[in-house]
Write a protein that binds this ligand. Sequence first.
Ligand SMILES: NC(=O)c1ccc[n+]([C@@H]2O[C@H](COP(=O)([O-])OP(=O)(O)OC[C@H]3O[C@@H](n4cnc5c(N)ncnc54)[C@H](OP(=O)(O)O)[C@@H]3O)[C@@H](O)[C@H]2O)c1
Length: 385
Amino acid sequence: MKCLRFMWLPCNRNGVRTQTMCPVSTSRSTQQQHKQLSNGVCRYSTTSAISHCTALLYREHGDPTQVVQSESMNLPNVGETSVFVRMLAAPINPSDVNMIQGTYAILPDLPAVGGNEGVAQVVEVGSLVKALKPGDWVIPRDAGLGTWRTAAVLAEEDVISLPRDIPLLSAATLGVNPCTAFRMLADFEDLSPGDTVIQNAANSAVGQAVIQIAAAKGIQTINVVRDRPNFTTLTDRLKAMGASHVIKEETLRRLEMKELFKSCPRPKLALNGVGGKSATELLRHLQVGGSMVTYGGMGKQPVTVPVSALIFRNVSVRGFWVTQWKRDHSEDEGALRSMLDELCSLIRQGKLTAPACSEVDFQDFSTALEKAMQPFTSAKQVLIM
Ligand SMILES: NC(=O)c1ccc[n+]([C@@H]2O[C@H](COP(=O)([O-])OP(=O)(O)OC[C@H]3O[C@@H](n4cnc5c(N)ncnc54)[C@H](OP(=O)(O)O)[C@@H]3O)[C@@H](O)[C@H]2O)c1
């Protein structure tokens, strides 16, 4: 049977690890692979127990529902410094969709496996692997890993372990959105209990993490969402997470905002995941000297900054990209580790839950991709392998 051999090489010029695939023949029978899997994880091995995996691959950029297909791919043996992992769950994030469409800032060479986030379980480790052991849960350290597949052989340094006492969906969705929320709350303004943060796309996975991390620190949040038929249900859900206020986009332009600021201070920090008018309105409500951090552009409109906001209220307009943060701190093991520890501690205390998720069987990826691109779904599609 002709298949694809699949492994990772160092970063290419686009900043994404190169996924190298070439046709080879499979060497072990499916029956043998299943037998070895059902025996459970191996303590240590230099040869992989499974010779191939199923991956969601795209050979050209375009509409994800058209260009992504399920293919069988060969896996290399486990080298001395590599690990063989079985993927457990992986979400479909907007950046995954943009990568497939070819519109994201970093693009892997084609063909490529979709997915930048997810949790896997280590099945085997090479003889020189120090930090990981079979049974460990791991998540990618960087973007571009291609997580939409059933198994992979990876370099040890491509992944970082997570404790196994957190829910699977929290682990699968921890590395991108909660980390983004955590950094934006920590790195731009000195926030104290009682301070206020305003954000749009508040029901996004980032937004839900912002609400919960802020609430855990005693920071109030004004959460802006698009109007929808089930606005009250969504409001109740976000308030149950710790949202102080939930308002519609149009309320940002109304006098009601003056009333709202009688009960809480004007925000020091605005978090913008939308752009366009929504971002401009967030800026108008910032306190003097406050910052707006743009991390997403779901509305696909540029950010317009009123001149008065710059001159008379001296606001700062900044941007944040968690991939860059991770790369900037790649030599500082403690930075990523301590953030993950803090997030896992919040999860254990029940203060940080996974975003609302729809768990989808891996083979139903096509439906999941379609749903992930629809508006007002309010649920992250997570592929279960
Ligand atoms: N810079 C970084 O490091 C970083 C890290 C993580 C995520 N992001 C970005 O952050 C954004 C959110 O990601 P996520 O995974 O949290 O998203 P998500 O859970 O899939 O949710 C998408 C959100 O975008 C909103 N939305 C979609 N189209 C919109 C439009 N035209 N106008 C206003 N709102 C719109 C949705 O609101 P409705 O419910 O109203 O449809 C929903 O709140 C994405 O742009 C993503 O690429 C950036």
